[in-house]
Design a protein around this ligand. Structure first.
Ligand SMILES: [Zn+2]
Length: 837
């Protein structure tokens, strides 16, 4: 599973664009800080075993029900049983009978809305199985949690616009099983350590496409005008990976090594379906080769659905994505869903073929999928891009740690299953795999993965299985590594000091582990240190494994640089007080992109002389993140230094990176006063990405507001990405720029897909209107939101943004009486919106 962080990103970007720095509630799940007694979450005991499921489903679109008939082949896992126990959430059970061999004997059962206990009528041993036919109705929208609240995030089965409302999306049905929601739409043992094969027959209107796991075995046209598709999954996998998606989808297809690869999209995207899921077949080839294990399943389907509750999900052979995957050539110039495609595909080895035994072991799924993204980046775009992706994982983990979450990577004492899907299981775990690869070397690492996959295919694993595979291959004991990284919390916090001792001719480096040793391990860290002197670079392999350690390097003269962790691989907070001359040497001579990045970042926080020269060099760096960091530094330079880098900034107006071009427009105008309205108007029109267009547009509207607003009105609701945000802000921040009738017009012409982002800015616009206009716009938004829950979600976020803004303004002591009263009126309008939320 890949969580969706796009909305959070959108906010950050929007607030920057707006020049605001409002304190918005951060959209994140953080662990409760209450002191709970640690609970041991064991792997689910295996008693009832579902060997095979033969499922027939059809839909009651009007009531949003699924009519199901499941024939389960059940057996005791090991110990004898006379009662089978299944998960079945919120179903109406019609009948249960023994099936097969001409039998149809009614079976007794008990059902409490969650657990279904079926009396087998005899005692079975583990060599005996029994077929049980369960006829039921699944009612996902009537499912309740304790206390009667409706479940929104764990319904398992979702009907989107089932009644074909004109304001809504194309009608569709899709499922989301992880962690334990598939038992809403079929009875099963809903645990990650269960394994079953299955066949699913889906009956739909003829115009509908169905997608499910495995291969499409055959199709029949029914006499009532419907069609039934028979999907066969003959390789066992865990129940949470079972999927189904239904709707009037279009597709493009490829074949890879004799298996079908299908790209499903809504009809509007039929011509670009392959581009929605970039590099799919190349990834299948790359991952198969690097893992020494060919892609192990029958086909590879990818489909994008509306109102998806997660980012994407690795259902075996049928990946479901949220609608952020859709785009056009201008948005894809800014970025595609490629990382997500690689993430979900890598799960087909780590997660689907070999599955975590319990949610405590989730990093065995998610750390790998996260590291799969890094491997793909490195392969496709080179070492620097791989390193950058992994570095961002490192930062992601530190963000979560700084918000107060620090837990073991493998956690038997987790507070909630959903809390396992966090920056530890994904980002930290991915980074730990990078460390393991660096320590073992590529050959041992990938051979270890091959052995792990081979030894455990179709099985569930816990962390020790991974260690044993690497030990088997490398001949090394790895308990020390797994204990400190997978089975403990925290990370090393290293204080590093450098001193040159002229008398002994030695460079002395002191490393102190300053983490709280009552909570976090004292680490064993194999590290490379590069010592740069006039004679060249000498690499030392050292082991940091004590609280305070001194390392002495024989040198002929004072070194230019002592580079701790020259491989840039540690997951650690390294506080290395390098003097400026070390940093300058590292910038000029560090072989890796991260050496330069780290040096520039440190230099920019100092008052080093000739900053303009450093900025000038870095504006020409090969790597985009270094160019961008330097570009952001330009406004801080004094005018003499700024003028020294003017030609480099000019060159960035045509940089290959679209975010850099966007920023360069802003700086070209703000710092240098260069370019007239016609220049930025032309750039807005001709730029080849939305992000770059937005940078030009934001300057254009300052220079020629009337012309830029005309452009905005012509493009509102028709563009995406950065430009969409810029235009919406331009038109909706201030009622003097758009009349209520114009805004109602934008809403009515925008189309269902682009309405949400307009809704984000509407609350701020609306509260500034008089009462009757407020009500007029409000009623239109309510109608649209009734068929478009994305719009509703964005609108609700918009209310919070507006509230933060009004509250901030109310604190301003310089407001006049009139201004103060106006803001108070805005506050009361906001209350209307908040109450309706
Ligand atoms: Zn995942």
């Amino acid at each position: 599973m890949k969580k969706n962080t796009l909305l959070v990103t959108l906010f950050t970007a929007s607030l920057f664009a707006n020049g605001q720095s409002a304190e918005i509630e951060e959209v994140s799940i953080t662990a409760s800080k209450e002191e709970n007694t640690a609970v041991y979450h064991a792997s689910a005991p295996r008693t009832t075993d579902v060997v095979h499921m033969d499922l027939k489903v059809s839909f009651d679109w009007e009531h949003q029900y699924l009519n199901g008939e499941a024939v389960l082949t059940l057996k005791p896992y090991f110990y004898e049983l006379d009662t089978f126990v299944l998960d079945a959430q919120g179903m109406e059970i019609k009948s249960i009978a023994e099936s097969g061999g001409g039998r149809n004997k009614t079976l007794g059962y008990e059902y409490d809305g969650r657990t279904l206990k079926i009396a087998a009528g005899k005692t079975l041993n583990r060599s005996e199985s029994m077929k049980v036919k369960i006829v039921y109705v699944s009612k996902p929208n009537e499912l309740e949690v304790e206390g009667g609240a409706a479940i929104t995030e764990a319904k398992g089965l979702y009907f989107i616009n089932p009644t074909h409302d004109e304001n809504g999306w194309m009608p569709q049905v899709w499922t989301q099983g992880e962690p334990a929601s598939n038992s809403v739409w079929f009875p099963t043992v809903d645990q990650p350590n269960e394994r079953m094969t299955h066949e699913i027959a889906i009956t739909v209107p003829k115009s509908y496409t169905t997608v499910s796991n495995g291969r499409l075995d055959f199709t029949t046209n029914n006499s009532n005008g419907t069609r039934t598709d028979f999907w066969l999954m003959d390789q066992p996998h865990a129940p949470y990976l079972v999927m189904m998606a239904v709707g009037e989808f279009a597709s493009q297809s490829d074949e890879w090594n004799g298996i079908p690869v299908n790209y499903y999209v809504e009809p509007e995207y039929a011509n670009v379906a392959r581009k929605v899921y970039p590099h799919t077949t190349e990834m299948l080839t790359f991952f198969s080769e690097i893992l020494g294990t060919p892609y192990p399943w029958q086909k590879y389907d990818q489909i994008t659905v509306r109102e998806y509750v997660s980012g994407a999900m690795e259902n075996t052979t049928g990946v479901i994505f949220g609608d952020f995957m859709y785009g056009d050539s201008l948005s894809w110039a800014d970025g595609t869903g490629e990382d997500v495609v690689s993430h979900e595909m890598f799960h087909h080895w780590f997660g689907d073929l070999v599955t975590c035994e319990s949610w405590a072991n989730l990093p065995l799924n998610e750390s790998f999928a996260t590291y799969g993204e890094v491997l793909w980046k490195e392969h496709m775009y080179g070492e620097d891009e791989g390193a950058w992706h992994s570095y961002n994982d490192l930062r992601g983990y530190f963000r979560e740690y700084n918000r107060g979450k620090s837990v073991d990577l493998i956690r038997y004492d987790y507070e909630s299953v959903l809390g396992m899907f966090d920056g530890h299981s994904y980002a930290k775990g991915g980074r730990v795999l990078l460390m393991l690869r660096t320590i073992l070397g590529d050959e041992a690492f990938f051979e270890g993965l091959r052995v792990y996959l081979e030894d455990n295919r179709y099985q569930s694993v816990e962390i020790h299985n991974l260690r044993l595979a690497f030990e088997k291959v490398s001949g090394l004991d790895l308990n020390w590594f797994f204990n400190q990284w997978f089975l403990a919390k925290g990370h090393p916090i290293l204080q590093i000091e450098h001193k040159y001792d002229r008398e002994s001719g030695q460079q002395i480096m002191t490393v102190t582990q300053t983490q709280d040793l009552s909570e976090v391990p004292l680490y064993r860290l194999p590290v490379q240190v590069d010592v740069h002197t006039s004679l060249g670079v000498k690499t030392y392999d050292i082991i940091v494994d004590r609280e305070v350690q001194e390392f002495r390097f024989d040198v002929m003269s004072k070194p230019f640089l002592v580079h701790f962790d020259a491989q840039q691989y540690l997951l650690a907070d390294i506080q290395d007080n390098k003097p400026a001359d070390f940093l300058l040497h590292q910038l000029a001579n560090g072989p890796r992109m991260l050496d330069r990045y780290e040096a520039v970042e440190a230099l920019f926080s100092t008052n080093v002389v000739r900053m303009g020269t450093i900025v000038r060099i870095c504006l020409k760096d090969d790597f985009h993140a270094i160019r961008m960091m330097s570009l952001r530094k330009v406004p801080e330079l004094d005018s003499v230094e700024a003028n020294k880098v003017k030609s480099e900034v000019r060159a960035l107006l045509t940089d290959e990176n679209t975010a850099i071009r966007s920023k360069a427009y802003e700086i070209w105008h703000e710092v240098y006063g260069e370019g007239d309205a016609a220049f930025y108007a032309n750039a807005t029109e001709t730029e080849t990405s939305y992000e770059a267009k937005s940078g030009a547009f934001d300057v254009w509207i300052q220079l020629d507001e009337a012309a830029a607003l005309t452009y905005a009105r012509a493009h509102v609701g028709k563009v995406r990405g950065g430009l969409e945000t810029s235009i919406n802000i331009a038109l909706l921040q201030d009622p003097s720029r758009s009349t209520p009738d114009q805004v109602i017009g934008y809403l009515n012409t925008a189309g269902v897909e682009r309405q949400p982002s307009i809704h984000l800015w509407l609350p701020k616009y609306m509260i500034q209107l008089n009462e009757s206009d407020f009500q007029r716009v409000y009623s239109v938004t309510r109608e649209i939101q009734s068929g478009n829950s994305n719009a509703e979600g964005y609108f609700n976020y918009g209310i919070r943004i507006a509230r933060a803004g009004v509250q901030r303004e109310l604190q301003n002591p310089d407001l006049s009486e009139e201004e103060l009263n106006e803001r108070k009126r805005w506050e009361s309008q906001l209350k209307v919106l908040l109450d309706s939320e």
